[in-house]
Every structure is written in structure tokens, then in C-alpha cells.
Ligand binder design. Structure first.
Ligand SMILES: *Cc1c(COP(=O)(O)O)cnc(C)c1O
Length: 387
């Protein structure tokens, strides 16, 4: 026992020395622009609750009503006896929201990526990912045992070169599938993928495409379905993924696509099969969020978020990474410098954690600002002053 702990303490010390040690910060308040940290009230510019739905009365009421009727736990995986009305209703609401034939909800976005990618490809298939995709996609790609190729961030030439190479592999062995995975709005950089061009490439090479819309769901497109909708690509993307814990204010992840896709995942996605179904309250609040996003109030919330973004991007020092992107990274570089800046901001009353390796590359540490419809103009102005 002693030597086990010694080894862990040695490893933690190494992290400390590299300024990569992480610690939990206790947030003694709901997801709201006014957060309570260490007994102090600070302004939160780091939440993914982009529309302020995590504390919305309609979501809370939906959750409480589900608890009253169905209790707190789902009791089993959906394939055993845990597939409750709230799950089926959410699956259907998601398909309707996304305009796809079918949809399937998972407990988390992480589990969605892990289960889906490992179900779709394996050896000797090929999985091709953007250099900056989320860790859940990287982990899934590795676990799948498919050959992994990484293309430089949003670099179409690099992607094309990899697809050409994979074509030559395919003619040799005949049969392997090629799956390209990218995000639409990138989580730590706030920029967007050239989806039209990626779709054109994958069609030319007969590859499949999976797009993770974790940060774009609820924010992009006429019906707020995501960037795939905004670019009118809905019928041309094999696998659309998203999460329910960001703009939608609940928790979970989903896949939207054909009925064949979700039927297949129910049979093959191990993170779906071997995991207890999400609590009915969570599914109910996610469904309420989908209704809210599409209501007049939802449109108003989006307008408020965009007003805040426009206000902030009017300053000289700040530019949006992409139009309407609620994620604005201020790249610092060094890990220690990023930590210092984050601490200084906290002193000044703003919660903006430093984002470091392995969330981003070494030497690319940053302050990741995120905006919400719940921020007031006054709060955005105060951030602008301090930045
Ligand atoms: C947050 C996130 C996930 C994981 O979703 P969780 O529901 O938090 O597990 C997956 N992909 C991307 C791009 C994300 O930002």
C-alpha cells in the first residue's frame, strides 16, 4: 500500500512541476452568471450553459414531474428493463428536432462517441479524425482498433491526402470502411469545420462522416439543430452526434440518423448496452429543453446570446473565432502564465479557468471564455473592461 501511494504522489508532484496539476473547484451555486466560489460571488464566463437552460423552470418542472411519476433511477440498462417512456419520448423528440428518421440517447456525450465509433469501425477499417477533436472521439478511435489517421486541423488538403491513401489500402484488401469524424463547432477553439468541403470529399472517396455537434446544438441553423442544418447538409451526413448537457441544459448525448443506424447501435454500442439507462428526470428535462429551444422564448434566448457576442466582439482585443461562436479562446501559451491570468481574473471577480494539456496541446494553454444568454449587457461590459 505504501509504495502505491508513494508512486501516485510522485506522479502528482510531476504534474505540479509542469503546472498541469488539476484540482476540483467547488461551485456553491447553480449554473448562473453569478457563481459562488470560495464564499465569493464571481461572474462566470466558463459554463457551456449557453442559453441559460440549466436552471430554467420548465426543465426543473419536467425533471420533478418525472421523478414523481417514475422515481429517481432507471433500474437497469434500456435493453433489460430500464427503457422508460421518458427515454422513448426523448428519442422521438430528438429525431423530430434534428429532422432525421431516428435518434438514440446515451447517458453522456462521452459514452455516445465511445459506443458509436467502436460499433461502426474496427480492424481493418480506417478512422480519420481532425487533430483537435474531443478526447471522447480520440479515445473511441483508439479503442475501435481501426487504423487511426489524424488530419491537421480543418486542413482539407491533408484530409484529401489521407483519403487517397486509404483508397489505395482499400483496393488491396477490399472491404475496409473509412469513417471521418470531426466536430462542427470546436470545443476549445470556437472555430468551425469546413463541413461542405468535408462532405464533398467524403462523397468523392466513398467514406462515412460523423459530425459531433456538442457545442452547436441549439445554437446554429434556422431550427437550431446545429451547423449541419445551417449548411443544409442534413441528408448527407451519415452520423450526427450531439450532447444534451451544453446549450440544452440537461445531460446526455445522442446520435441522430437513419433507423438502420440507431437499430444497429442498440445492438452494438457497448456503452449503450452495458450501462444503466439515464435517470428519467434527465431525459424529461432534455425533452423540455428541445421544446423550449424551438419556442419563441428559445429564439429570444438565442438573440440575447448573439447580442452579448456582438457586444464583446466589438472590442479591439476580442474577435469571435467564428460568427455566432459562443466560445472565445484567449491563447496564452505557457501553462503557468495561463494559470496566473486565470487567478488574476478570479481576484477581479471573474471565473475563467485555464485550459491546459491534455485538453489542448502543450504550450497552447488558454483562457476559454464562453458566453450565455443569461449574461446581462452590463456583465459583458465588465468583462471587456477587465480583459
Ligand atoms: C462535452 C463534449 C463531449 C462529451 O459530452 P458529455 O455529455 O459532457 O460527456 C463530446 N464531444 C464534444 C465535442 C464535447 O465538447
Amino acid at each position: 500500500m505504501g509504495s502505491f501511494e508513494e508512486e501516485l504522489l510522485r506522479r502528482l508532484k510531476l504534474l505540479d512541476e509542469e503546472n498541469l496539476r488539476r484540482r476540483l473547484r467547488r461551485l456553491a451555486s447553480p449554473q448562473h452568471p453569478r457563481a459562488c466560489v470560495d464564499g465569493r460571488s464571481v461572474l462566470n464566463f466558463s459554463s457551456n450553459d449557453y442559453l441559460g437552460l440549466a436552471t430554467h423552470p420548465a426543465l426543473k418542472e419536467a425533471a420533478m414531474s418525472a421523478i414523481r411519476e417514475f422515481g429517481t433511477g432507471s433500474g437497469a440498462s434500456r435493453l433489460v428493463c430500464g427503457s422508460l417512456p421518458a427515454h422513448h419520448e426523448l428519442d422521438e423528440a430528438l429525431a423530430d428536432f434534428k429532422g432525421t428518421e431516428s435518434a438514440l440517447v446515451f447517458s453522456t456525450g462521452y459514452a455516445t462517441a465511445l459506443g458509436t465509433i467502436t460499433a461502426l469501425v474496427s480492424s481493418p477499417d480506417i478512422v480519420v479524425i481532425d487533430q483537435l477533436v474531443h478526447a471522447s472521439i480520440v479515445d473511441a478511435a483508439r479503442l475501435s482498433r481501426a487504423k487511426l489517421r489524424v488530419f491537421a486541423h480543418n486542413d482539407l488538403d491533408d484530409l484529401e491526402a489521407i483519403l487517397k491513401w486509404s483508397d489505395s489500402q482499400r483496393s488491396k484488401t477490399n472491404g475496409p470502411k473509412v469513417l471521418i469524424v470531426t466536430e462542427s463547432l470546436f470545443s476549445m477553439d470556437g472555430d468551425i469545420a469546413p463541413l461542405r468541403e468535408i462532405v464533398a470529399l467524403k462523397e468523392r472517396f466513398g467514406a462515412w462522416l460523423m459530425v459531433d455537434e456538442a457545442h452547436a446544438t441549439g445554437l446554429f441553423g434556422q431550427a437550431q439543430r446545429g451547423l449541419v442544418e445551417e449548411l443544409d447538409l442534413s441528408g448527407r451526413v451519415e452520423v450526427q452526434m450531439g450532447t444534451l448537457g451544453k446549450a440544452l441544459g440537461a445531460a446526455g448525448g445522442y446520435i441522430a440518423g437513419s433507423r438502420a443506424l440507431t437499430d444497429y447501435l442498440v445492438n452494438k454500442a457497448r456503452s449503450f448496452i452495458f450501462s444503466t439507462a439515464p435517470p428519467p428526470s434527465v431525459a424529461a428535462s432534455a425533452k423540455a429543453a428541445l421544446e423550449l429551444v424551438r419556442s419563441t422564448e428559445g429564439k429570444e434566448l438565442l438573440t440575447r446570446l448573439r447580442r452579448n457576442l456582438a457586444l464583446f466582439s466589438a472590442t479591439k482585443s476580442a474577435r469571435l473565432a467564428a460568427e455566432h461562436s459562443p466560445i472565445i479562446p484567449l491563447i496564452v501559451g505557457g501553462e503557468e502564465a495561463a494559470l496566473q491570468k486565470s487567478r488574476a481574473l478570479l481576484e477581479a471577480g471573474f471565473l475563467v479557468p485555464a485550459i491546459r494539456f491534455p485538453t489542448v496541446a502543450r504550450g497552447k494553454a488558454r483562457l476559454r471564455l464562453t458566453f450565455s444568454a443569461a449574461h446581462t449587457e452590463e456583465e459583458v461590459r465588465r468583462l471587456m473592461e477587465v480583459i
